[in-house]
Design a protein around this ligand. Sequence first.
Ligand code: AMP
Length: 281
Amino acid sequence: MKVVTQLAEWKRLRLSITGTVGVVPTMGFLHEGHLSLVRRARRENQAVVVWIFVNPKQFGPKEDFGTYPRDMARDLALVEHEGADYVLAPPVEEVYPPGFQTRVEVERLTQRLEGAARPGHFHGVTTVVAKLLCLTEPRRAYFGQKDAQQVLVVSRMVRDLGMLGEIVTCPTMREPDGLAMSSRNVRLSPPERKAAVCLYRALCAARDAHAAGQREGEALREAMRRVLAAEPLARPDYVSMADPETLEELATLQGPALASLAVRIGATRLIDNMPLPAPEG
Ligand code: AMP
């Protein structure tokens, strides 16, 4: 496995790679969720590139860029074990050198949910993902359903800009109790870690109410809020029952829907979601 930090060197290398490239964009501090993406990329492509870059542009000024967990040595060992061919891990000045002034912005989809809660987050994401897709020219790029809005926004960008390559969405990997794996989970104290399962429980409450025939969006959102209200350490940021393509909040569910939520547990902000199928018949 080759580790590349300089983009000029990477460009030379990329020109020598023949065959299909699969890329896995990450911010590092890798866990089984990330590795499930790497494994899938390994199965489906001739060359696998893992991007490890904590992207300052997608963090707000009061967010955790400085304290985001990092462990490059461990990450490299993990992706090497999964058979990645290249790790692209540039320093911030390589990605955003002096004079950098380009921004890629998807307009409406980014106004909702995470975009409303974290102004500027998504143009940070789309700008860096656009750069990464240009640098790697992948046949496929792998993203997790865990960040459902991110997949929608990146897919919209790829369609709108006519970028080649397919965006592949991979299922959310969870801990045995249901908590979605996240690099930020290490920040949770033992009582917070226990409390954090309320996100998954809230989503399951919505899923179960939906399976039992509940079609009112507000009743389903309320089912999630009730579960969160029972957890003293949880401070909900939003709960949503939305159209899975436009992310508009639904009054009544007639087709598939996306249940999603963001919750603070102590100082840590966690997100999770669950796609709900269209009612049968
Ligand atoms: P991050 O390092 O958090 O930016 O995540 C990098 C990629 O891994 C994104 O496409 C995430 O959606 C995906 N990912 C993060 N956590 C999980 C998980 N628990 N299961 C599946 N994919 C995940």
